[in-house]
Design a protein around this ligand. Structure first.
Ligand code: MG
Length: 172
């Protein structure tokens, strides 16, 4: 495999763990404020990110490329309020989408179509990631400054989120 692409895939692998780390930190912040449904949603999100990292791991390993794990940065742990948490989530997912786009471009550039096909799964996945963060954020904004019972109803509904193994792992 192309050296630059292997390095970029390794960086993305670590970035996926960072995403998981960020969401786990957000889960802790939410749980401490007794928003257990929101916290549950974030924990599922964190598990998904660890799966994303595994997808890159499997791809590199199965193609005989070197997997090199770098350090994971500490995520922010202070948030103003619940809207701030989901604004940060949406902003983060948008930046992930941009790095996935750059990966597709690089795979094209070095004509690695196996990697390109793998990364294209993430392009589609990012549409969903941005949409779900955006939907929750919009709902929180509708509730306004004093959300009260509506926020608790939303918390109960998010408590029902089920984990499902991302397709590239489920196929294995
Ligand atoms: Mg991800």
């Amino acid at each position: 495999m192309d050296k630059k692409l292997v390095e970029a895939l390794n960086r993305q692998l670590v970035a996926e763990y960072y995403s998981g780390y960020l969401y786990l930190q957000m889960a802790a912040w939410l749980e401490r404020r007794n928003l257990k449904g929101f916290a549950h949603w974030m924990k599922i999100q964190a598990r998904e990110e660890a799966c994303h990292a595994s997808i890159f791991f499997n791809h590199l390993a199965s193609r005989g490329a070197e997997v090199v794990l770098d350090k994971i940065d500490a995520p922010p742990n202070a948030f103003k309020d619940i809207a701030d948490v989901f604004e940060a989530t949406l902003e983060h997912e948008r930046s992930v989408s941009r790095s996935i786009d750059r990966l597709v471009e690089l795979a094209f550039e070095v004509k690695d179509h196996a990697a390109r096909i793998l990364i294209e799964w993430f392009v589609t996945e990012q549409i969903e990631e941005e949409a779900s963060a955006s939907e929750i954020l919009e709902k929180i904004r509708i509730l306004g400054k004093e959300p009260g019972p509506a926020l608790l109803a939303m918390d109960s509904s998010l408590a029902g989120r089920a984990f499902s193994l991302p397709a590239p792992l489920a196929e294995k």
